[in-house]
Ligand binder design. Structure first.
Ligand SMILES: Nc1ncnc2c1ncn2[C@@H]1O[C@H](COP(=O)(O)OP(=O)(O)OP(=O)(O)O)[C@@H](O)[C@H]1O
Ligand SMILES: [Mg+2]
Length: 160
């Protein structure tokens, strides 16, 4: 795995990274959003979802619902985006009730607190790790598996 680092000096930079990744996303993609409380996972998801939906979406944090879905389009084809927040998950098996198989198979998935997936973490994914480095600044690390390697490298290069 070749990882890439991206400096995000402000919220707008996080939104631009989200839009750049959204432009490359396709059905079956899973993006794991890791990082501490308040690192910007939901902020990223909001911008990602809005990049692929025709009308502005509110995108509430799925803190209590654990998942929210959105009708979107990627590369001109309709696709559902599944936004998970697994912080309050009790066991990985609970994700099956949330529809994780359909999400990972056919949708585009954004997963906050992906460590909660345990063995259900999909083999192919892009992990985006966010770290707080200042009031508004964040450090992002892109950790792609082979399916995301080229796309992640190109996006990180465009941000350098
Ligand atoms: N560069 C940045 N990128 C993203 N968010 C930023 C940035 N700078 C400041 N913020 C702020 O950090 C906060 C991030 O909150 P957000 O809800 O996205 O975090 P989170 O990682 O989803 O937290 P949680 O683990 O509680 O779900 C927001 O208030 C946002 O405005
Ligand atoms: Mg969140």
């Amino acid at each position: 795995m070749i990882e890439s680092d991206v400096i995000l000096p402000n919220q707008a930079a996080t939104e631009r990274l989200a839009a750049a990744l959204a432009a490359e996303a396709r059905p079956g993609d899973v993006i794991l959003l890791s990082g501490d409380l308040g690192a910007g996972k939901t902020h990223f998801a909001r911008a990602f979802i809005n990049a692929l939906t025709p009308a502005p979406e509110e995108v509430p944090s799925p803190t209590f619902t654990l998942v929210q879905t959105y009708d979107a389009a990627a590369g001109g084809a309709p696709v559902q985006i599944w936004h998970f927040d697994l912080y309050r998950l009790k066991s990985p098996d609970e994700t099956l009730e949330l529809g994780i198989e359909e999400a990972f198979g056919e949708g585009i998935s954004l997963v906050e607190w992906p460590d909660r997936l345990g063995a259900l973490k999909p083999r192919e994914h892009l992990e985006l790790r966010l770290a707080i480095t200042g009031d508004a600044a964040r450090h992002a690390t892109l950790l792609p598996t082979p399916a995301w390697q080229d796309r992640a490298a190109a996006i990180a290069k465009a941000f350098a």
